[in-house]
Design a protein around this ligand. Structure first.
Ligand code: CA2
Length: 143
């Protein structure tokens, strides 16, 4: 089983600013946690991060036939990108949405998630553990 983990814009800056929202650990630590989780679950993962909407769309398209599941934190594109929504729907790979912060209690513009409309589950406000939960959920869903 192969899972693609996609992180959107500015998540490469984790740990540098806004620790009250996104924690103190950096993006490399997040990737290590994801890889450790994959080893424990006995699955394969690939971590991908981009600040560019088109690159994320390209990555989702390239996942077709190569990955069984997608974990995605589209970051700010969550709230704007119909292109990412359409790509997720086009490949029809089971996808789980993750947000480090609890977008449900933040600004009104963060209440809308386009990507979430193509996802089978959303984890928010759990910090990095949301990615661990999402991988576990997908593993159970796919087996
Ligand atoms: O809570 C999340 O995971 C978000 O997807 C994070 C996005 C935000 O636009 C979404 O509404 C919720 C922002 C990621 C920015 O990450 C930073 C990390 C360090 C310093 C500055 C930004």
């Amino acid at each position: 089983m192969k899972i693609l983990v996609i992180n959107g814009p500015n998540l490469n800056l984790l740990g540098l600013r806004e620790p009250e929202l996104y924690g103190k650990q950096d993006y490399a630590a997040l990737c290590r946690l994801i890889e450790e989780t994959a080893v424990l679950e006995g699955i394969e993962v690939e971590c991908f991060q981009s600040n560019h909407e088109g690159a994320i769309v390209d990555k989702i398209q390239s996942a077709w036939g190569r990955f069984d599941g997608i974990v995605i934190n589209p970051a700010a594109y969550t709230h704007t990108s119909v292109a990412i929504l359409d790509a997720l729907k086009a490949v029809a790979i089971p996808a789980v949405e993750v947000h480090i912060s609890d977008v449900g209690v933040r600004e009104p513009f963060r209440q809308i998630s386009y990507a979430g409309m193509a996802c089978i589950k959303t984890y928010m406000g759990l910090g990095f553990d949301g990615y661990v939960q999402a991988i576990g959920y997908l593993k159970e869903y796919l087996k």
